[in-house]
Design a protein around this ligand. Structure first.
Ligand code: ADP
Length: 259
């Protein structure tokens, strides 16, 4: 009996590494970083222990979205300690370790090493890490797939055909790496005019849902194009931390990403 107890103690003492959920898009500007930040906040509000890695080497934006641009992570036992914030989502970003303006000159191995530092950090009791990938299908994505083996990928697209075509490319990269696609998100779907309340569809609507259907992939939901999202994000307050339709839409999507 003594032996069994020792084995059990050893098993509980050794934490499982956090599950990695990558968020990708075919191209930039579709709202991938905004979505990643708010997905993490919504998951935290649903009671999950979630962290966030900003792996977007070309344009790290998470420190701005969480208003912690000037905070530098500390290190313990040669590993980075994620930066906490008011929204319960500890964060590590390429922006924390890449000197401003130099990222673009990085070659694959350098980017891969930086990514390792963000993933193999002091994540404590975090069980899920949302990883905001750079757009497209480059070195960071490859190193993510081959080395860190994420549990699944969420793809963000706008309803536009072009963004969707790019999204399909990103999807095929994950599929080649045998990473399950958790589903597609349609961002900037429908615009509510702040003056007259009229709903218009500057980028069309339903494109990502139709694409998901045709590829036999789950559709996880849509987030409207809303000035409140842009304003709140720019001010470093993730809109998913508020109340109302916007935070509800992030909460609904988070609920569809199972534990
Ligand atoms: P990406 O990571 O794909 O490059 P970002 O998340 O940086 O895109 O978003 C690009 C811009 O669009 C940002 O200014 C952001 O605030 C804004 N944005 C993203 N999603 C929405 C939305 N649903 N409604 C309004 N603005 C949005």
């Amino acid at each position: 009996i003594e032996g069994v107890t020792k084995v059990q103690v050893a098993m509980t003492a050794e934490r499982r590494p956090p599950r990695l959920i990558v968020v990708g898009s075919g191209k930039g500007g579709v709202g991938k970083s905004t979505f990643s930040a708010n997905l993490a906040v919504a998951m935290h509000r649903a009671g999950r222990k979630v962290g966030l890695v900003d792996a977007d080497i070309y344009g790290p934006s998470q420190p701005r979205l969480f208003d912690c641009e000037d905070v530098k992570p500390t290190a313990r036992d040669d590993k980075l300690v994620p930066v906490p914030n008011d929204y319960g989502v500890p964060l590590l970003s390429m922006g924390h370790i890449v000197p401003q303006g130099q990222a673009i000159a990085w070659r694959g191995p350098m980017a891969g090493k930086a990514l390792d530092q963000l993933i193999n950090a002091q994540w404590g009791d975090i069980t899920d890490i949302i990883v905001d990938l750079p757009p497209g299908t480059g070195d960071v994505q490859l190193s993510m797939l081959q080395k860190h083996k994420p549990a699944g990928a969420v793809i963000v697209s706008t309803p536009q055909d072009l963004a969707l075509m790019d999204a399909v490319r990103a999807i095929s990269l994950f599929e080649q790496g045998s990473i399950p696609i958790i589903g597609l998100i349609e961002n900037m779907a429908g615009y509510v005019c702040p003056h007259c309340g009229e709903l218009s569809d500057p980028f069309g609507i339903g494109g990502a849902e139709a694409a998901a259907k045709s590829m036999n992939l789950p559709f996880l939901g849509r987030v409207p194009l809303d000035m409140v999202i842009r304003r709140s994000s720019d001010a470093g307050v993730p809109p998913a931390s508020g109340e109302g339709l916007i935070s509800d839409s992030f909460a609904a999507i988070a609920g569809r990403i199972s534990t």
